[in-house]
Design a protein around this ligand. Structure first.
Ligand code: ATP
Ligand code: MG
Ligand code: MG
Ligand code: MG
Length: 470
């Protein structure tokens, strides 16, 4: 079956709607009232208000398509077939309504029924927690899954701190030996294989226990209200259905790749990684800016800066000169406009920010790379010093992680402790100049309103310095 990304998303939401779920609109990527979270990173993260009881939903059955950002996966992007920093998670949720049997049945029916996705059952594998005999029995006795396609693993338990937690079950799709030529004929424990043969597509979490610190898991009490939380990767489903080599070889990314090809004479086939990184990162940046994030030197904005700068560097590997990422923003919109029409109104705003950020980095990128190459050529112990990493950060705008990644490409490591020490020194300098500034501010207003600037050079310098750093 060949479905577009948009069609899969719609089919999913319609399917759960027809099974009594209310369709919840996707939430902003920037979490509201949740200081613990930098970005919304899953469907359930956006529905916390229902799960923790803050708000009672109009319907205990909910479905959504939730844009998600996971920058912890950034180094996987382009390297694996299946990871993005921005992706869409399709989910169904039960707030004290249905539980294991229905959740498994819904997922299995959606994936394997010819009316919906229609995957061959022989290609499907599932994982369950070893103690979760209830889920195991449902899979074997009710869904008819061959026990040889079920893997019991301790990994399948969801718990973050205290509170609601429980086992989960995950569904994988086997794309065949061609995607793992090294293990042909072996009996595989696919959950341990970090490759692109068995693609994890859907995670179903059974929230059934009340987790307590210092209590053995086996002794956790059952929750009076049991919840279901699930998440399926839209891009992974598109990849399998469209028979793409990777998620990037689908209608959700190819227009971005083709648009990028216009900026360079190096074709996609010659540097797939670079193209994929660029296509991934521009989606992240576009959606994050549309939801109100900004490039900055710390927190969320720093993460965003890192994402964009990483893509710009991959652009240079394709020998692209000058700012180009901003020209991909309308392409993101074209691909995503069915479900995210609001991006249309923000294209110009987003382009302006992206272009400015690209140009800011371009101003120092070449010099930074030159410094890096010199250091790599002249250093024997394969370690980039903390001072160099700090100079790249402070003078050339290279996020630390970017330096690490560049270093790794040449088999080098970076002295993280040394870098942290340099950062601490800089903070110290900033503190000192701030204190100097504050003591100045306490002088009388008359003295502050000087007219003869030359007398106050030291003061001016202090102000400038403090401004730059603060
Ligand atoms: P993986 O093991 O492949 O990294 P995960 O176990 O971290 O995935 P979950 O937290 O279980 O992922 O999220 C539910 C689903 O969301 C996954 O089964 C997958 O389909 C999708 N997903 C998770 N992370 C990503 C990502 N970085 N890019 C694209 N899809 C993802
Ligand atoms: Mg993961
Ligand atoms: Mg996983
Ligand atoms: Mg998972």
């Amino acid at each position: 079956k060949n479905l577009t990304g948009s069609e899969i998303r719609q089919m999913f939401l319609d399917y759960f709607k027809s099974n009594g779920h209310m369709v919840e609109p996707g939430a902003s990527l920037v979490p509201h009232n949740d200081p613990t979270l930098l970005w919304i990173n899953s469907g359930v993260a956006a529905l916390k208000k229902y799960f923790d009881g803050t708000i009672k939903p109009a319907n205990n059955r909910i479905t959504n398509a939730q844009k998600s950002i996971r920058t912890n996966d950034i180094e996987n992007v382009g390297r694996t077939a299946r990871h993005h920093t921005f992706f869409e998670m399709l989910g169904n949720f039960s707030i004290g309504d249905y539980f294991k049997r229905e959740a498994i049945t819904y997922a299995w029916t959606f994936l394997t029924s010819p009316e919906y996705i229609g995957f061959e059952k022989e290609r499907m594998y599932v994982t369950v927690h070893p103690d979760d005999t209830e889920a195991y029995n449902i899979w074997v006795n009710e869904m008819g899954v061959d026990p040889s396609h079920i893997c019991k693993t301790e990994h399948n338990f969801w718990q973050i701190g205290e509170g609601p937690c429980g086992p989960n079950t995950e569904m994988f799709y086997d794309r065949g030996e061609a995607y793992d030529p090294e293990h042909i004929g072996e009996r595989l424990f696919f959950e341990d294989l970090d490759n692109d043969r068995y693609i994890e597509i859907w995670n179903v979490v059974f929230s059934q226990y009340d987790g307590k610190e210092g209590v053995d898991r086996k002794d956790y009490k059952e929750l009076p209200q049991k919840n279901i939380d699930t998440g399926m990767g839209l891009e992974r489903l598109a990849c399998i259905l469209q028979d793409g080599e990777t998620n990037f070889d689908t209608d959700l990314f190819l227009p971005l790749i083709h648009a990028t090809e216009k900026f360079t004479s190096i074709p996609y086939a010659e540097n797939k990684m670079a193209y994929r990184v660029i296509a991934d990162h521009i989606r992240t940046v576009t959606f994050a800016l549309a939801d109100g994030a900004l490039f900055a030197n710390e927190g969320r904005g720093y993460v965003l800066r890192r994402v964009l700068r990483r893509a710009v560097r991959f652009g240079r590997k394709l020998k692209i000169e000058g700012a180009f990422m901003y020209q991909l923003v309308p392409v993101v919109y074209e691909i995503m406009k069915d479900y995210y029409p609001y991006i249309g109104e923000k294209i110009e705003y987003i382009q302006k920010l992206v272009k400015a950020e690209e140009e800011r980095f371009h101003a120092t990128l070449a010099d930074g790379e030159r410094l890096m190459n010199e250091v790599i050529a002249s250093t024997k112990d394969k370690v980039i010093s903390g001072e160099t990493a700090f100079k790249l950060y402070d003078t050339y705008g290279f996020p630390f992680e970017l330096t690490v990644e560049m270093a790794q490409e040449s088999g080098f490591e970076v002295d993280k402790d040394g870098f942290d020490k340099e950062m601490e020194k800089q903070r110290e300098r900033a503190r000192n100049s701030r204190e100097a500034l504050e003591s100045m501010n306490s002088q009388s207003a008359d003295l502050m309103n000087f007219t003869e600037a030359s007398k106050f050079i030291g003061y001016e310098e202090t102000i400038c310095h403090a401004k730059v750093i603060a």
